[in-house]
Design a protein around this ligand. Structure first.
Ligand code: ATP
Ligand code: MG
Length: 731
């Protein structure tokens, strides 16, 4: 089998072969990015079917997202075009099946309350295909928050609250310990209790969100022996890819299903664990042998994907994380192009630069632009579409076009064409100078003469003094706006009509995230920039929205991939552009907050892993993009970028021993301690073993050690004590 595959696909290395051939019993494959984990997993599947005669339907391959399940299926088809497909899916879809089957048998009514529009890419069988559910998790949480606190929840708080809930569910934290989990939202524990009660007591049946699906499936498998047996017997082999992002409850489900045959193959890289905030449990891998004492554990460090420049830099970068299994990724691939860092003067130039660069490339299917925040995709879409460069968006963010800020701007524009429609006014009546109250709005709607809403307000509705002054002005401004190019119109809306002020107030009062809202306005301005009429602007928005929706169909074709770092996991591209590399995005403000940006805080380490996932997607060209300002505000380059710089251009320094002989120059690579008295591999023979490790990891710590009279052994000059060092001190 192995030989046959080597002819058509890849030449599996020793470890990969062992992993393929070790078909029975538990196996953990812990390996670096690009070392062939997914390849090996797929080869195992083929081996089981072709050589062991296993029925494809008896194999279950699990991965972390619906999109990556699709990718695995495609890769499998390329390896084994002649074989029937295997069940590649997410653990959520399996959990959903279990839950559904159990509830049907028990005649328990239930309803899924999470799905499209939730921003999560999870496959849930039929539920995932329908439109957003009528009762939505976030809606429910909003209500409960209001009841408990008497306030409106902000987007940030909602985000934090859902993360808190996911974390608790995925980590299987018992009710009694909920209070121990920290959450930035006050009363989080109480809100969660209310939420649980609400879901259980709902008249239309049990309400289930994605997290519940896992918890319930796990409970059902513990209690329903018939179903457990059924699912245990359904599959003879289970394989899980990207298992560093598997949570405790997910592990628990898998454990139950493989209990009888124990044919479980787990593939993982702890350095690519990027979901711990949502309860992923990479430390489970350490305990794998406790759960499966007979397990075979294999390691792979050779990267087949990327050129040497990329592999070495990425490897040094991740070594700076403390909390990891020590791995040393290497490659025999060619040196390749150096990693390039591009600092643009302004954020807008970043997209323009990308368009210019990517325009020159011929195989667009081999190009990816990666970012942390989904909102970055809107500007990219707009500019790439204008330039006629096709793209595919991996995790389409539909929320932009339906966001209330976008709708507000469109409604302001509509008002400039006709001010006779109270329904349009109603959408924005509190959002411009002359603030029209609810009661006034209600009174206005009673008037059906189809005259200007402003005239009607002034003539028939009791107004405040400020309104008497401002509303005629507003009427006039709206009239002036008609026929303006959209960019100018947006400016009028924001400044003359007072929309910016209204946004400020809303942020204050309702706690909206101002930066995010301004970001939306900026994107709208970008889109409006070269257009001459507001109709064109509205059409352009429609067009972009349609493009976004249809973008999935361009997957795998001649198209650039736009993706978040999270969703790019497991993928590879010849050319990779990592963008928006500024402090505040990667790492985020939140990441930096902890211990003042100390690289070794948990959040900073996770952000570094995210950066690492990005870097290790590139095969031959990796470009890192940053900028110095955004919307007139100064930005600072990502601290991670500075680290990459120092890896690429290691600072040099000189060391003297007490013999007085200068023995050479060193770089923080620890490889070129030569010069002075002749070339010698110096750092390899430091007498202080602890320092030898930190030598590679952190220059600054090393320098401190050197200044502190460190004892060293030089290969040529023998034992000595460091008396001084010289060279650049601005390290
Ligand atoms: P990631 O951690 O990013 O998911 P991975 O470990 O799953 O990476 P793969 O995607 O399986 O790695 O493989 C990376 C690349 O290396 C692929 O292009 C694959 O074809 C190639 N590859 C894997 N094994 C070998 C091999 N033995 N010889 C040559 N190329 C290989
Ligand atoms: Mg992989």
């Amino acid at each position: 089998f192995i030989r046959k595959k080597q002819q058509i696909a890849v030449h599996l290395n020793e470890v990969q072969q062992q992993a393929v051939l070790h078909s029975e019993g538990p196996l953990l494959l812990l390996a670096a990015p690009g070392s062939g984990k997914t390849t090996t997993l797929l080869m195992r599947v083929g081996y089981l079917i072709e050589e062991k005669g296993v029925q494809p339907s008896r194999i279950k391959a699990i991965t972390f997202s619906r999109a990556s399940a699709g990718d695995m299926k495609e890769r499998y088809k390329r390896f084994f075009p002649e074989l029937p497909s295997v069940d590649f899916s997410t653990i959520h879809s399996l959990a959903f099946e279990i839950v559904r089957e159990h509830f049907r048998a028990e005649r328990i009514l239930f309803q899924i309350i999470e799905g499209h529009g939730s921003g999560q890419d999870i496959e849930v069988g039929e539920a995932g295909d329908s439109a957003a559910p009528a009762l939505h998790k976030k809606m429910i949480l909003r209500e409960i928050f209001r009841t408990v606190t008497g306030e409106n929840i902000t987007d940030d708080q909602l985000e934090e609250l859902t993360t808190y809930i996911s974390y608790i569910k995925n980590k299987m934290i018992p009710v009694s310990k909920w209070g121990d989990v920290s959450c930035g939202v006050r009363h989080a524990e109480q809100i969660l209790s209310e939420y649980e009660r609400f879901k259980r007591k709902h008249p239309s049946g049990l309400l289930i969100d994605f997290d519940d699906m896992l918890t319930l499936a796990n409970d059902i498998l513990s209690k329903d022996a018939r179903l457990l047996r059924k699912y245990q017997r359904r599959y003879d082999y289970m394989l899980t890819d990207e298992s560093q992002d598997t949570s405790l409850v997910q592990h628990a489900i898998v454990e139950k299903l493989v209990m009888e045959h124990r044919n479980l193959c787990v593939v993982a890289d702890d350095d690519q664990s990027i979901y711990s905030w949502r309860g992923a449990e990479p430390s489970y891998l350490l305990e794998f042998r406790q759960v499966y004492p007979e397990a075979r554990v294999l390691y792979m460090e050779q990267n087949y994907r990327s050129s040497k420049n990329i592999v070495e830099t990425a490897n040094q970068f991740i070594q700076r994380n403390k909390n990891r299994y020590n791995k040393n990724m290497f490659t025999h691939n060619v040196e390749g192009q150096p990693i390039s860092i591009k600092a643009l003067p302004d954020y807008k130039q970043q997209t323009k630069y990308l368009v210019e660069e990517i325009r020159k490339l011929s195989h667009l299917g081999e190009v990816a632009v990666l970012y942390r925040n989904n909102s970055s995709s809107i500007d990219l879409m707009n500019q790439f579409d204008r330039a006629g460069i096709p793209f595919y968006i991996r995790d389409a963010d539909n929320r932009f076009f339906s966001h209330w800020v976008v709708q507000d701007i469109l409604n302001f524009m509509r008002m400039s064409y006709t001010d006779r429609r109270p329904d349009i006014l109603e959408a924005i009546h509190t959002k411009f100078n002359g603030y029209i109250t609810k009661q006034q709005m209600a009174a206005l709607k009673e008037i059906h003469n189809h005259e200007s809403v402003f005239d009607n307000l002034l003539n028939y509705v009791p107004l405040q003094d400020y309104q008497l002054k401002q509303l005629p002005q507003c009427k006039w401004i709206f009239e002036q706006m008609k026929g303006m190019p959209p960019l100018e119109a947006i400016d009028v809306i924001r400044t003359k009509l007072g929309y910016d002020k209204a946004i400020d107030k809303m942020c204050e009062r309702l706690g909206f995230q101002k930066e995010y809202l301004l970001g939306i306005l900026n994107s709208l301005e970008e889109i409006a920039e070269s257009l001459s009429t507001m109709e064109e602007f509205a059409q352009r928005l429609k067009h972009l929205e349609a493009l976004l929706k249809s973008s999935k169909s361009r997957k795998g074709q001649h198209a650039v991939t736009f993706s978040t770092f999270h969703s790019a996991k497991g993928l590879e591209f010849k050319h990779v552009y990592m963008i928006d590399l500024i402090n505040g995005i990667l790492p985020s403000k939140e990441d930096l907050k902890h211990r003042a940006g100390d690289r070794n805080s948990e959040l900073m380490e996770e952000a570094a892993r995210l950066f690492y996932v990005g870097m290790t997607r590139a095969k031959t060209q990796l470009e890192l993009l940053t900028y110095q300002q955004r919307e007139g505000e100064k930005t600072t380059e990502s601290v991670f970028l500075a680290e990459v710089r120092s890896i690429l251009n290691p600072p040099q320094f000189k060391v003297s021993l007490d013999s007085g002989r200068q023995i050479g120059r060193s770089t923080n690579r620890g490889a070129s301690f030569g010069g002075g008295g002749g070339a010698a591999a110096f750092p390899a023979s430091y007498a202080v073993p602890a320092a030898a490790r930190s030598f590679n990891a952190n220059t600054i710590r090393l320098l401190t050690d050197l200044a502190q009279d460190m004892q060293v052994i030089h290969r040529a000059f023998g034992l000595g004590r460091v008396t001084m060092f010289s060279g650049p001190t601005d390290l």
